[in-house]
Write a protein that binds this ligand. Structure first.
Ligand code: MGD
Ligand code: MGD
Ligand code: SF4
Ligand code: MO
Length: 707
């Protein structure tokens, strides 16, 4: 047995861990003492995932009806040829635009990301998979993850991407943890940072629709009704402004649209806020005063605010709150960096004759991300709107379970003429696939990994299982057959060559030392006063007005509401009298749980055992009315369908609310989870109009005990 410091290869966080090996086999994983890093539950059980008997080890070609899981094993050569030929046939039949690529959470390792997914902050643009054939269509799970918080809200407010805005937690006196749970979302690094802040004397306040572990760490917790944060934040702003507790210097000199914002919020009643959010006026007042009186303050947030009809605007409201309290780019506040010149969230793509799918409906999404909005995929496949999509190349995503209204996506997948997917395991998507390529875990790949201040070479930790290959191999081999293999690295050595060809300094450091450190930047605060955020070196922010925009000029230009206004949820609102009688509870889905990663690992016994049942969490009062006890089998119904879960009764959730676990819904998972697909209940037509994100968190449902 021997111990070696390695990079955990289960999820894209790439934590440093100690691997214990025996005969080249990774037998267990421990927290790394030398690297002072984190490890999560899933990380600890990595060997169970890597060596699971369920791993796909050979390419599979369908030889029976779709859905019957009738596949035969094939050689790589045969399966790759077949995939490429079939894509070309579709191109001939309908034109290249009817081909689309899609990349999910399994394509977020740094190498795939660099060459195909396109979310890494330091990368240059690369063409998307079918672009050389002439298709504009490429999508990722950015269609429903991260970019509301990471692109749309910050870019339309600061002119800066979320990757360049960060809470200075350790130096803060007050940290709000708002709609994120660092205990569960990976890697658990922010828990450590919050503890440190606490040691330094900071107060921590958690705001969530149910009480998570963060509430134990926090000095104070506020439980809010799902999807109503935007309104609560406007209430905080109103209170602070009414009492003139705001930072006049910042507001007067560096913001745009303050008067308009005030005009709007002055008509919002505190009693309406109280009734809608479920948070008392006393609590609002207390938090507003605390924010006004405590500097510096910062906020950690993520998906909790994204999935409502005014998701982008709620996050803009949150930034506005931190702007009026003078917490922008001060020590301990919300630090802001200039958009780096080599940041490219835009592809510099050629102009295509046809617009991407989703471009018409979500023009800002199209222009800021240069991606197809995959929420429009079913309409393209099933109704040829705006035109027919017939072929899909998917890497590392379970579309049939993770997109809202699963039945619709399942129908769309089943009607594709050709569908290739790349995965480590059989998933619900396998039911619809024509070819499945077996993927390695990152433990089995060579590559590189970006951390905050450095890039490291990541060596292969173990040999690939069976004939599994990396994503980049599949991309290269299919592209080669389509005539543009050179777009992707052809072997391990070529990865660094291609990734860093225009960054010789990084390439040299990585090949010679295995690590590159970014030059240490001098800490400068209030960069907006010093002309350090804009390309023209003038003070202010890189927006069109040069100011922090309460009133967004970009949103205005695109015809959206320019102010961070709150909109009642289309469905999951206490005022929805049309539906609330049949579906009296507000449905919220998808808070992360420790042992799974979205749909992943529900087939791994050692991880499933931490939570053997998919839960619907409800308040004791709602349970009592329905005669439900913990672990009872229950059915959850919405206007769109019914699914069976298990009840968990808890005071931690507000009366009238249900929190439903996501991830289940495939027969290849543990039997308790196999039918528990929360997205049978969600709605693909109920979205945030700016980002197109589905409202996973603001729906209506009923819960009934199953006898
Ligand atoms: N109702 C509801 N639905 C949601 C959410 C919610 O909160 N509520 N959350 C949404 C969010 S935030 C997201 S990001 C999406 C996630 O949607 P997906 O991207 O579909 O995420 P996963 O379920 O993690 O599926 C990833 C798949 O990739 C495979 N995989 C892992 N690593 C690799 C690899 O290296 N290579 C390859 N080829 N495959 C790999 C895994 O086995 C797994 O099958 O779901 C969304 N769906
Ligand atoms: N273990 C594990 N880690 C993961 C994942 C996983 O599935 N498992 N998924 C990964 C992915 S795809 C992503 S995008 C990130 C996401 O990372 P996070 O956003 O941190 O994800 P969560 O832990 O679900 O935290 C969201 C919190 O918001 C709360 N919330 C939900 N609705 C509301 C609301 O309306 N208002 C407020 N105030 N709070 C609300 C939820 O209860 C939950 O506590 O995590 C990643 N890490
Ligand atoms: S967060 Fe967990 S699974 Fe992801 S890399 Fe770190 S230890 Fe591994
Ligand atoms: Mo996500």
């Amino acid at each position: 047995m021997y111990k070696k410091n390695i990079t955990c290869g289960l999820c894209p966080s790439g934590c440093h861990v100690d691997g214990i090996f025996e005969d080249q086999k990774l037998i267990s994983i421990e927290k790394s003492k030398t690297q002072n890093n984190n490890i999560c539950l899933r990380g600890i059980h990595s060997p169970d995932v890597i060596y699971s008997k369920d791993r796909l080890t050979k390419p599979l070609i369908r030889n029976g009806k779709k859905g019957s899981f009738s596949f035969r094993e094939a050689s790589w050569e045969e399966a790759l040829d077949y995939a490429a030929e079939s894509f070309l046939k579709i191109k001939d039949k309908y034109g290249a635009k009817s081909l689309i690529s899609h990349i999910g959470r399994g394509g977020f390792d740094n190498v795939t990301d660099f060459f195909a997914t396109n979310t890494l902050p330091f990368k240059k643009s690369v063409p998307s998979f079918f672009e050389p054939l002439g298709s504009p269509n490429h999508a990722t799970v950015s269609s429903l993850c991260y970019v509301s918080f990471g692109v749309f809200a910050p870019f339309t407010t600061f002119g800066i991407y979320g990757a360049n805005i960060s809470p200075d937690i350790e130096n803060s006196n007050l940290v709000l943890v708002w709609g994120t749970n660092p205990y569960n979302s990976s890697p658990p690094i922010n828990v450590k940072r919050l503890r440190k802040a606490k040691e330094n004397g900071a107060k921590i306040i958690a705001i969530d629709h149910y009480s998570t572990e963060v509430f134990n760490l926090a000095d104070n917790g506020i439980i809010i009704r799902s999807g109503t944060d935007g309104l609560f934040i406007l209430g905080l702003i109103k209170y602070i402004v009414e009492r003139e507790l705001y930072n006049k210097n910042f507001v007067e000199n560096f913001t745009h649209g303050f008067e308009d914002l005030i005009d709007y919020i002055k008509n919002i009643d505190y009693s309406y806020i109280e009734k809608t959010t479920g948070v008392s006026y006393e609590t609002l007042k207390g938090l507003a005063k605390q924010l006004a009186n405590t500097t510096p303050a910062s906020v950690l947030t993520y998906t909790g605010l994204e999935y409502s009809n005014s998701g982008v605007q709620s996050i803009r409201a949150l930034y506005s709150l931190f702007a009026i309290t003078g917490n922008i780019d001060i020590k301990g506040g919300l630090l802001v960096e200039k958009n780096k010149s080599d940041v490219n969230l835009y592809y510099k793509v050629p102009k295509f004759e046809d617009k991407r799918i989703g471009a018409e409906k979500y023009p800002l999404f199209n222009d800021l991300l240069s991606q197809s909005q995959f929420m429009e995929f079913p309409n393209a496949v099933l109704n040829s709107k705006p035109y027919k999509i017939a072929g899909l190349f998917n890497i590392g995503s379970v579309i049939s379970v993770n997109y809202p209204n699963s039945k619709l996506y399942q129908k769309a997948l089943s009607e594709l003429e050709f569908f290739v997917t790349v995965d480590r395991f059989k998933t619900k998507d396998s039911d619809y696939a024509d070819v499945i390529f077996p993927a390695t875990t990152y433990f089995e790949n060579y590559g590189f990994q970006l951390y905050n201040n450095r890039i490291e070479v990541k060596n292969r930790t173990i040999e690939p299982i069976g004939e599994a290959k990396s994503n980049i191999y599949v991309l290269h081999e299919i592209a080669k057959r389509l005539g543009y293999g050179e777009m992707y690295p052809k072997n391990d050595k070529d990865i660094l060559v291609k990734a860093f060809k225009d960054k010789p300094e990084i390439y040299k450091a990585l090949t010679e030392k295995g690590v590159y450190f970014y030059p240490k930047a001098e800490k400068i605060y209030k960069k907006f006063e010093k002309g350090l955020l804009r390309d023209d070196n003038k003070p202010g922010f890189p927006t069109r007005t040069g100011k922090f925009e309460f009133r967004s000029s970009l949103l205005e230009e695109y015809g959206y509401e320019p102010l961070p206004k709150y909109k009642e949820a289309m469905e999951g609102s206490i005022y929805n009298t049309a539906d609330i009688e049949s579906y009296p509870l507000i449905l919220n889905t998808g808070a992360r749980i420790k042992n799974t990663f979205r749909t992943q690992h529900l087939n791994i016994d050692s991880l499933v055992k931490y939570q053997p049942y998919p839960y619907a969490i409800i308040n004791p009062k709602d349970a009592e009315k329905r005669n439900i006890s913990t672990n009872d089998k229950v059915s959850i119904s919405t206007k769109r369908g019914v699914v069976e879960f298990f009840a968990k009764i808890s005071d931690d959730i507000l009366e009238g609310e249900v929190e439903l676990n996501v991830g289940g819904g495939s027969k290849y998972q543990h039997k308790n989870w196999a039918n528990a697909n929360a997205n049978i209940l969600t709605d693909s037509n109920n979205v945030d109009e700016i980002s197109g994100f589905p409202c996973f968190k603001t729906l209506l449902c009923e819960i009934t005990k199953i006898d």
